[in-house]
Design a protein. Structure first.
Length: 118
């Protein structure tokens, strides 16, 4: 059972990054999933989510700049981040809500650091 987020790095303000989340071991990105971030000293917050049916939602702070998507054939999901701002600096995590006999279980990836700085 594994959920791995990658693609973070250092980018200048106004730049773009594409994060990826790879699932394996019985976890499927075709379920409800989300991208969260946690900045230093702050609580983890939802950045973008996508339901099993494909409906998406975004935090107000990233609307129009970030796009969540997934490739079920490859069991991966992505977060395209454009027009990045210094306040987007955070560790980004992906999550999958996997159905179980006892109800949905949320799996978390290990996080990938995004730093927006000149």
């Amino acid at each position: 059972v594994q959920l791995q987020a990658f693609g973070g790095g250092l980018v200048q303000p106004g730049g773009s990054l594409r994060l990826s989340c790879a699932a394996s071991g019985g976890i499927f990105t075709s379920n409800d999933m989300g991208w969260y971030r946690q900045a230093q000293g702050k609580q983890r917050e939802l950045v973008a989510g996508i339901t099993s049916g494909g409906a998406t939602n975004y935090a107000d702070s990233v609307k129009g700049r970030f796009i969540i998507s997934r490739d079920n054939a490859k069991n991966t999901a992505h977060l395209q981040m454009n027009s990045l701002k210094p306040e987007d600096t955070a560790v980004y995590y992906c999550s999958v809500d996997q159905p179980t006999a006892r109800g949905p279980h949320r799996y978390w990836g290990q996080g990938t650091l995004v730093t927006v700085s000149s």
